[in-house]
Design a protein around this ligand. Structure first.
Ligand code: ZN
Length: 293
C-alpha cells in the first residue's frame, strides 16, 4: 500500500509518480457514485466494507476523506500526475448537487464474453447455445439447449433484454447488500447424516435394555454431525466477497461483465422469459423480462 504522503491512487516508483491501479479503481468509483447522487457519508460507509484502507495506519474512511478525493485536482492530471479521472467526470462531480444518473457502459462484446459461459438451461442445467434465426436485418437471436434430450424449446432472449435484466438486477443488489445474506442453518436438519444420527438415538431409546451411556454417546454424535454440517454450510466468507465486489458498484444501464464474472455462478434461462441468477454463495434470484411501455 502506498503511504499517504502521496494522494490515494498514486505511488512513487524510481522517482516517478505512478498509478496504483487497485486504488485508482476505487477513486473512479467514488466519482461515479457521487455523480449518481450518493452522499459523502454513504460513499464512505461503502468504502469501509472494502478490504482497501485509506492509509497505512488503518484509519477508517470518512466523509471528509471522500470529499478531499472529489476535490483533488491531481486526479485529472494536475502538476504532472498521471490522470485517473476524466475532465468530464471531474466537472460533473463539481456540479453535482442533485441526483443524476450517468450512462456507464463498456463494449457489448466484453460484457457478453464475461457471462456467456454462465448461461445454463433452466430445465436441465445444460449448456445454452446462442443461435440466430433469419439473417441480415431480420436477424433475431435466441437460445437453445445443447442437450438433445431436453424438452425445452427455443428461448427468446435478445442480448439487449438479458443485459437490461442483469443490469437492473446488479443495481438492485448493490442498493441492498443484505439480500445477499444466506441462512446457513438452512438444510442441515434434513441431511442424511443428521437423519441417521437421529434414528440411532430413537432406536436406542426404544430398546428395552437401553443403557443411558449409550444414548448419551449417540446424542453427542448427533451434535457433532450437526456442527460439521453447519461449518460446511457457512459461506460467510463468500458472501463477504460478493458484498466487497458490490460495495462501490455504481448504477449502470448495462450490466458490468467483470462484476458478473466475479459474483455470479449461473444464469439459468427459463421459459416465459424468466431467468434465475445464482450467486457464488448459492443464493438464487428470479427475474422476469421488464414490461416496457
Ligand atoms: Zn435443457
Amino acid at each position: 500500500m502506498a503511504n499517504r504522503y502521496m494522494a490515494f491512487g498514486y505511488e512513487i516508483i524510481d522517482g516517478a509518480v505512478c498509478i496504483v491501479e487497485k486504488e485508482a479503481e476505487v477513486v473512479r468509483n467514488i466519482y461515479l457514485l457521487y455523480i449518481q447522487g450518493l452522499s459523502l457519508q454513504n460513499i464512505s460507509d461503502r468504502l469501509n466494507l472494502l478490504p482497501i484502507a485509506y492509509s497505512d495506519d488503518g484509519r477508517p474512511w470518512n466523509k471528509n476523506i471522500v470529499k478531499r478525493i472529489l476535490e483533488n485536482p491531481k486526479y485529472t492530471g494536475d502538476k504532472g500526475y498521471p490522470p485517473i479521472i476524466s475532465e468530464e467526470n471531474a466537472k460533473l462531480a463539481r456540479e453535482c448537487k442533485e441526483k443524476k444518473q450517468v450512462q456507464l457502459d463498456e463494449d457489448d462484446k466484453s460484457r457478453l464474453d464475461a457471462y456467456r459461459t454462465k448461461i445454463k438451461c433452466g430445465i436441465c442445467g445444460g449448456k445454452m447455445l446462442r443461435m440466430h434465426a433469419n439473417s441480415g436485418k431480420n436477424r433475431r437471436m435466441y437460445w437453445k439447449c445443447s442437450n438433445k434430450e431436453c424438452k425445452s424449446n427455443r428461448m427468446n432472449f435478445s442480448e439487449k433484454t438479458l443485459n437490461v435484466l442483469l443490469a437492473d438486477f446488479m443495481n438492485e443488489l448493490a442498493d441492498d447488500l443484505d439480500v445477499i445474506d444466506i441462512k446457513t442453518e438452512k438444510d442441515y436438519e434434513k441431511s442424511a447424516d443428521v437423519v441417521r444420527a437421529n434414528n440411532e438415538i430413537a432406536l436406542s431409546i426404544e430398546n428395552p435394555c437401553c443403557e443411558i451411556e449409550n444414548v448419551i454417546e449417540k446424542i453427542m454424535n448427533l451434535a457433532s454431525v450437526k456442527f460439521e454440517q453447519c461449518k460446511a454450510g457457512d459461506n460467510t466468507a463468500i458472501t463477504q466477497k460478493i458484498k466487497e465486489s458490490l460495495a462501490i458498484y455504481p448504477k449502470k444501464v448495462m450490466a458490468d461483465g467483470k462484476t458478473i464474472e466475479k459474483i455470479v455462478r449461473k444464469i439459468k434461462i427459463l421459459p416465459n422469459k424468466e431467468i434465475c441468477i445464482e450467486l457464488i454463495n448459492g443464493k438464487e434470484f428470479e427475474r422476469r423480462e421488464r414490461e416496457i411501455g
